[in-house]
Design a protein around this ligand. Sequence first.
Ligand code: CA
Length: 227
Amino acid sequence: MQKTVLIVEDETRIAQWVKTYFERAGFYAEVCADGNSGLQMARQLSPDIIVLDLMLPGMSGEAVCQALRRDSDVPIIMLTAKGAHHDRITGLESGADDYMVKPFNPEELVARANAVLRRVKGKVQNTLECGLVTLDLSAKAATLAGDPISLSAAQITLLETFMRHPNQVLSRNQLIEMAFEGNFDAFDRAIDSHIRRLRKVLHTENHAPIQTVYGAGYKYVVEGSNA
Ligand code: CA
């Protein structure tokens, strides 16, 4: 899928130059020349990444960055003035992910943007979310409506398998195959007790994702998803 970059820069020459390099690298690029329209465009366009000049007419890059950070994790690369050490600190403190000092090499800017995007993608993929349940795969920890829930390592693995296949009927054998790599001896009987435990901690009056499909297996139901 094509990535979108928003470039907020009042110096037209730099903005066009940066736009050209991003387009050559396969991005769709939009340019805004001041802070207010940059902030507005960021909300409309939901870009994958923002290149934000610190010194802008009207709303400063720092203020734009802070405003965005109140409700967004969009990666931001700040452009700062040459040698102005204070500017770099300001950029990072206001929530930017990286910065480039002017004058910069636009190829390096695109490379940094791609590096930031890879980093963000890695982070995103380490978390699964289905309805009220969130599973942090690196921490091997789950939450229900934001509250931590207590599960064993095997139960976390089983939950992960369910969450990767929402609204899909999985037989006991499929679950054992996917979750425990076919280690039947250890899990054939145990799987039912693991599922009981998952239901006990995940199910509330209005939330019962793990459903039994008689004669077929189990289904992790996520409402509003056709996956
Ligand atoms: Ca500027």
